[in-house]
Design a protein around this ligand. Structure first.
Ligand code: MG
Length: 255
């Protein structure tokens, strides 16, 4: 019998692409976002609920840089809320926003060790985040930044998840094909379908605090592969050169 031809679609996984909020970081429940909104609403003289609604409604615009940097976007949102703040009030609101965002940069305890292990094993690491300008501004000083070969931010690229072009940017920066990437995320912005759509192997990080996370357009209906922690991820891809198909089979055995 003829041997089966090699499966050209079943590439070895050589890179791991990881989401930021709710994936590298612990979940942020709704009250955290409300507290954050209240902090930046106060200098503008706005009620927290109205400001929160304006922030939520403009997430796509803010995450793609469509209404400018932080100061410009806050001025525009204030206008939409019917106020015209002084420069000092606007600056205070922006400062409160930056401080509130920094409280969200709290990493899961098993993340640094897992990232170090992945690098040791020779995997290329890419960050892919739907975010506003506060994250890229803070990124290089964050404890996890040193582990990543590249960090791609929606607000800098002008596109966001699940746009296939956004996933292609991180592949190009890493010098890999989508089929060589394992994508890990909590599911915000329908990122898992987006990653799978371009040919990545997508896995949901469904950590213990997943249910309490408040994320934009999260694909709670994801029925594909999942892992429960970063420690589990390092166990799963312990074998360098594992193909995407073997990885999925391996993961299925564990769940
Ligand atoms: Mg996320």
């Amino acid at each position: 019998m003829e041997p089966a031809p090699p499966d050209c679609d079943d590439l070895a996984i050589t890179a791991v692409v990881i989401d930021f909020f709710g994936t590298l970081t612990v979940s942020a429940p709704d009250h955290v976002w409300m507290d954050a909104a209240a902090a930046s609403a106060a200098p503008l003289g706005l009620a927290a609920g109205q400001w929160r609604a304006a922030l939520d409604a403009s997430f796509v615009e803010r995450a793609t840089g469509a209404i400018g940097d932080l100061t410009q976007s806050f001025r525009e949102l204030a206008r939409r809320c019917g106020v015209s703040p002084s420069d000092d009030a606007l600056a205070a609101a922006c400062q409160a926003r930056i401080q509130a965002q920094h409280t969200l940069f709290q990493f899961r305890p098993d993340v640094p060790a897992a990232l170090a292990v992945l690098r040791e094993r020779g995997f290329r690491l890419g960050l892919l985040s739907d975010c506003t300008a506060e994250l890229p501004a803070a990124w290089s000083a964050l404890a996890v930044a040193e582990f990543f070969d590249t960090a791609v931010f929606s607000c800098a690229e002008g596109i966001k998840k699940p746009d296939p072009a956004f996933f292609q940017v991180v592949c190009d920066r890493l010098g890999v094909e989508p089929g060589q990437c394992l994508y890990v995320g909590d599911g915000g912005s329908r990122e898992l379908s987006g990653a799978a759509g371009v040919g990545m192997t997508a896995m949901m990080l469904r950590a213990d605090d997943w249910h309490s996370n408040s994320a934009h357009d999260r694909e709670d209906d994801w029925s594909g592969p999942e892992i429960g922690s970063f420690a589990e991820l390092t166990t799963l891809i312990g074998t360098p050169g594992l193909s995407a198909r073997s990885l999925l089979a391996h993961n299925q055995d564990r769940h």
